[in-house]
Design a protein around this ligand. Structure first.
Ligand code: CA2
Length: 148
């Protein structure tokens, strides 16, 4: 199976700023852990980050026919982007929303996710483990896709 991991704005700064909120692990560290674990599941990973909403929309649109599952940490766009929501709803590839922090325990503006209603599920608050949990959830979603 092929899984597309998408990361939104400012996640390229992980490990360099605000370690009290997001930890000291870099996005490259997380990617390495995801790749290591994916090998056990025989899953192929593509791992990308962009600060641009349109680029993320383009990657979601192009996922059709290439990827079995999308995992997305849309970062701040989670709370603002109708464009990402429409792209996820339109592409027909099962999508899992993830966050490092527990968005429901933070500021009220982070409690609302515009993409949650068009995703299969949400994993939030487990730090870098959210990515590993999403990998496992992707395997489950792919295995059960015909019964969902
Ligand atoms: O907890 C998450 O994964 C978030 O998606 C992270 C976003 C935030 O807007 C969401 O509400 C929750 C922020 C990503 C910015 O990451 C930074 C990392 C280091 C320094 C500054 C920002």
């Amino acid at each position: 199976m092929k899984i597309l991991f998408l990361n939104g704005p400012n996640l390229n700064l992980l490990g360099q700023r605000e370690p009290e909120v997001y930890g000291r692990t870099t996005l490259a560290d997380i990617e390495a852990k995801v790749r290591e674990r994916a090998a056990r599941f025989n899953a192929e990973i593509d791992f990308r980050q962009s600060n641009l909403e349109g680029e993320l929309v383009g990657w979601i649109q192009q996922a059709k026919g290439t990827f079995d599952v999308i995992v997305i940490n849309a970062a701040a766009y989670t709370h603002t982007s109708i464009a990402l929501r429409d792209a996820i709803a339109g592409v027909g590839v099962p999508t899992i929303e993830i966050h490092l922090s527990n968005v429901h325990a933070r500021e009220e503006f982070r409690h609302k996710s515009l993409i949650a209603p068009v995703c299969c599920g949400q994993i939030t608050g487990f730090g870098q483990k959210s990515y590993i949990l999403a990998l496992e959830a992707s395997v489950y979603v792919n295995e059960t896709k015909n019964t969902r």
